[in-house]
Design a protein around this ligand. Structure first.
Ligand SMILES: [Zn+2]
Ligand SMILES: [Zn+2]
Length: 136
């Protein structure tokens, strides 16, 4: 059980979350790289009802994934920070970008997704479960 808050860089969008994280993973896919502008994304998935936007509104961008799934990305319309990411046709989960969390000290990813696509300078720990691509 964790309680945390977060938001975008400029402060226009704020949220809070409370509950047991369903999973915490690093994703090295091309989409996560492009959308975050970084080497990989760390996402925490919470039950959708455990996450509440408390201030401002996100802009939603819908896109397709390699798997054929449709996903939403939610970001701040003012500063562009990525905040949420989730499947439209999947379980009612909300993925939260770890960088948006105010105090992310509790975060411990358990797995790397698309580990084979990790950039050569990204350390892939043998202590985690490393999937070549997206596990089914
Ligand atoms: Zn913002
Ligand atoms: Zn990804």
């Amino acid at each position: 059980m964790v309680d945390f808050s977060g938001g975008c860089f400029c402060g226009a969008v704020r949220y809070k979350a409370s509950g047991d994280p369903v999973r915490m993973v690093n994703c090295h896919c091309d989409t996560c790289r492009k959308i975050t502008g970084s080497a990989f994304a760390t996402n925490i998935f919470m039950k959708a009802e455990d996450v509440t936007v408390t201030q401002g509104e996100t802009t939603v961008f819908e896109h397709g994934a390699d798997s054929g799934n449709r996903l939403n990305k939610e970001f701040c319309p003012t500063c562009g920070s990525q905040i949420f990411s989730y499947r439209l046709d999947g379980p009612p989960l909300r993925g939260i970008k770890v960088g948006s969390i105010d105090d992310a000290g509790f975060v411990q990813p358990t797995a790397n997704l698309y580990a084979t696509r990790a950039l050569h300078f990204t350390h892939i720990s043998d202590d985690l479960i490393n999937y070549d691509e997206m596990p089914t």
